[in-house]
Write a new protein. Sequence first.
Length: 215
Amino acid sequence: MDKESVLLRIRESGVVAVVRAESADQALRIAEACLEGGVVAIEVTFTVPRAHEVIATLERRFLSRELLLGAGSVLDPETARIAILEGANFIVSPCLNLETVRLCNRYRMACMSGAMTVGEVVAAMEAGSDLIKVFPGEVAGPQFIKGVLGPIPQARMMPTGGVNLENVKAWLSAGAVAVGVGSQLTNGALSGDYEKVTRTARAFIEAVRSARNPN
């Protein structure tokens, strides 16, 4: 899938599920539960054991029209390249790593870099990041996005961390193009309740839809 289509689908979906897990099997089950609930953008973090194998398995198991497959917690270009070769559609970093962004642009891979100051947002944009991951979201808050978009309306930002069903509307109203959701979406997996993960995924999709179309 080409880069522009990936970015468009992330923005249309409005939700990226951030998958952290204690095992590769748990990560796969979380990802499948999120997909069942309608969240098509799945970010498998490289804190997951054998994360590259999880990415490869998901890439084989699902068609690109069903799944947008991301690699998260990517700190360097070496990890990014592994993820790309295993089938990732987008790369997410908690901070700005210039070599990682350069590699993503070389292969026309959608790239998100983390930032939580105005200077970091501008630096990531200048480096070629496609989306700015506002991280940690619970520290920055929705007003950070609203404030940045005043002088820099061309910034495209997505918060991760601190996003829940109660504040999705606040993030999107502030100008976020999408939200990244981790434990607030996937915590059912801690007790093996993957049906809860699916129900929560549906609730997040509905919260985004409602926030965008209040009438």
